[in-house]
Ligand binder design. Sequence first.
Ligand code: SAM
Length: 257
Amino acid sequence: MTKNPSRRLSPREQTHLARFSYPQDKWSEIGEQPVEYVTGKAEFFGHVFVVNENVLIPRVETEELVDLVLTTIREKKLSKSNLKLADVGCGSGAIGLSLGFVLTKLKPDFEFYLSDYSKEAVEVARQNGENLLGEEDLSKFHFLTSDLLNDYPKEKFDVIVANLPYIPSERVDHLDSSVKDFEPHLALKGGPEGLSLIYRLLDQVSEYLADDGDVFLEIDHTHSLLDFSQYRKDWQMELFRDEFGQNRFIKLSKIKQ
Ligand SMILES: C[S@@+](CC[C@H](N)C(=O)[O-])C[C@H]1O[C@@H](n2cnc3c(N)ncnc32)[C@H](O)[C@@H]1O
């Protein structure tokens, strides 16, 4: 692992290390390693998540994805009985558990599937579920190792949310050392255009999405609606930018007949 004792920690990183009581006399040894892997903790949507080298450190932009899903749920899904949701490529469980945490306060009857290709990541998500939720609420969550939707039960979901790897693979080698040398490449590399996993998921969702269901995806800033409208002409879709003004999320819905 790359060590660079001269790296200057940003105020945010220093606050993180102090908050999680990482001894100050060791700060100079951290090098390029992200402080979240040093402390084993990451903050997301007001919660503390356990993280390790098997999961991506949840990003601040992704909190906006959680907000986007919650807005749709509040607008049109609260009256639906036994809401079914899925977070595909859950990593630490940041998206699914943050959503689920709010849902436990809003709506008693829901079921949430969190899945990842990496069984180590699923274990981290499960651990975070145990840390964040009480036993009764946790019973509404299923943790699954699955290549996309391959091992899901053949059921209809009201919400499918996914922050799959979307960085064009070639670009990963040019990212900062803190990312490319420490974060799992399984969580980053999205194939030649960054769309391989996303397109594979879209191939599968029709079968798993309720007629009035919605799919929410986080995408690379180089992706646009054109990448998706050409692919799924028959679906309604909307693009959202993140707080930095970059293309970042799309919402896809089956058009009602
Ligand atoms: C960009 S990370 C996002 C993690 C988490 N959802 C978040 O927002 O912090 C992508 C996740 O997708 C998982 N993944 C990669 N290929 C997959 C596949 N074929 N099926 C399911 N999950 C996959 C990775 O292991 C990783 O946890």
